[in-house]
Design a protein around this ligand. Structure first.
Ligand SMILES: [Zn+2]
Length: 172
């Protein structure tokens, strides 16, 4: 395991992430959600139990990585490296989606699809700028293992996005 030096004290303000389980079911029937206001990861236990037992560990891991993406993205002001990472994702998003139509998913949410891994990666929110789901959806794929990343990176289009999103894993 690589030794990661501690950040000098006072250089970061990344607030700890709180996790909470057994919350009432989410209206979109998702396994989890991240609340940026309270910095809380919510796990919807009922949804978890609907998964097949051999899917649970993988889905829970993917959820943690997904919500960790939101946590870092929403707290990018905590560290200059996070800020630069967020700016790079933001610039990438705008470069890709320029001129693309806004579509409506059958579940009612809006998105812009420009070769992202899935529709959810291009999801738009009324109060947030576009691209919020990019780090989370790509982190989620990272959690599914190296073969998965290798598969997606056969496509230059995906490789570029993975490169930008995972650049935050570089040397601290
Ligand atoms: Zn998300």
């Amino acid at each position: 395991m690589r030794h990661v030096p501690a950040l000098p004290s006072g250089k970061t303000t990344l607030a700890p992430l709180t996790t909470q389980a057994n919350t009432p079911q989410h209206p979109e029937r998702t396994l989890g959600s991240y609340d940026a206001n309270t910095n809380t990861l919510n796990l919807y236990w009922d949804e978890y139990h609907l998964l097949l037992p051999d899917q649970r560990a993988g889905e829970l891991r993917a959820l943690m990585w997904h919500e960790m993406g939101h946590w870092l993205y929403h707290h990018a002001k905590a560290h200059p490296r996070l800020e630069n990472w967020k700016k790079a994702i933001h610039a990438h998003w705008y470069q890709r989606v320029q001129g693309q139509p806004i579509r409506t998913h059958k579940q009612g949410w809006r998105y812009i699809l420009d070769g992202w891994l899935n529709e959810y990666a291009g999801r738009l929110y009324p109060t947030w700028e576009g691209g919020v789901e990019i780090p989370s959806v790509y982190f989620e794929e990272v959690s599914r293992g190296p073969e998965n990343i290798a598969y997606w990176c056969l496509e230059e289009h995906q490789k570029e996005t993975f490169g930008i999103v995972t650049s935050i894993f570089g040397q601290l």
